[in-house]
Ligand binder design. Structure first.
Ligand SMILES: [Zn+2]
Length: 210
């Protein structure tokens, strides 16, 4: 599996570092080293990006990591690992950032559920637009919110016959859990660039499922 050609779009180092740490926690150091070798990223073994917000981690390498997960663990195993790592990224790193810092305030906590989603989802999108080259937008689509990210770091440079951006789904699920004070919501990827779509887009259904 050759390393994917650089995209010229970047995540902050911290986000990549947390993703790698989450993967290491889940699959062990040897497991992660194997993934990094497979993705053509062996220079990252024992050498994670620094914990800063400099935009230096190329989307192509983030996508390569996810491709290697699927290659090594199969579609189902790779999906599960991406989901878990995506959730960990939000839980460990994102909730204190920029636009999200107000979400923990009491004034936010006492809002009704619908208002929490309405304010919390654009706040999550704004964090990505602020700290990375991933522009995220949220639109009200009736039964659900349509959450689009472009360019997409999860599937950059890869193709598939089904949606494959599970890291983003995991991250959104964890974010929604936090924003809503512990509820669960259904999140489906309804458009994926890897399948020829214009932007990787998730439907986030307004009615909680848990
Ligand atoms: Zn994608």
């Amino acid at each position: 599996m050759p390393r994917i050609e650089p995209s010229g779009y970047y995540y902050p180092n911290l986000m990549a570092r947390i993703y790698l740490e989450a993967m290491e926690e889940i699959m062990g150091k040897n497991g992660l080293s194997a993934i990094l070798n497979l993705a053509g990223l062996s220079h990252l073994i024992d050498n994670y990006p620094p914990a800063n917000l400099k935009k230096e981690f190329d989307f192509a390498d983030f996508s390569g990591l996810n491709g290697a997960l699927e290659e090594m663990y199969g579609p189902r195993g790779g999906r599960g690992l991406q989901l878990r790592s995506g959730r960990a990224v939000f839980a460990k790193g994102l909730q204190g950032l920029g636009a999200l810092s107000g979400v923990g305030d009491l004034a936010f906590k006492v809002l009704p559920l619908g208002a929490k989603l309405k304010a919390g989802l654009p706040a999550m999108a704004k964090v990505f637009s602020q700290v990375s080259d991933q522009q995220s937008t949220v639109e009200d689509a009736g039964d659900y919110y349509s959450y689009a990210m472009s360019p997409c770091p999860v599937c950059w440079g890869r193709t598939a016959d089904r949606p494959i951006c599970f890291a983003g789904k995991g991250l959104l699920e964890e974010g929604l859990h936090w924003v809503s004070g512990g509820r669960k919501f259904r999140v489906d990827e309804i458009e994926c660039v890897a399948m020829g779509g214009e932007a990787c887009t998730y439907a986030i259904y307004k009615e909680p499922i848990g």
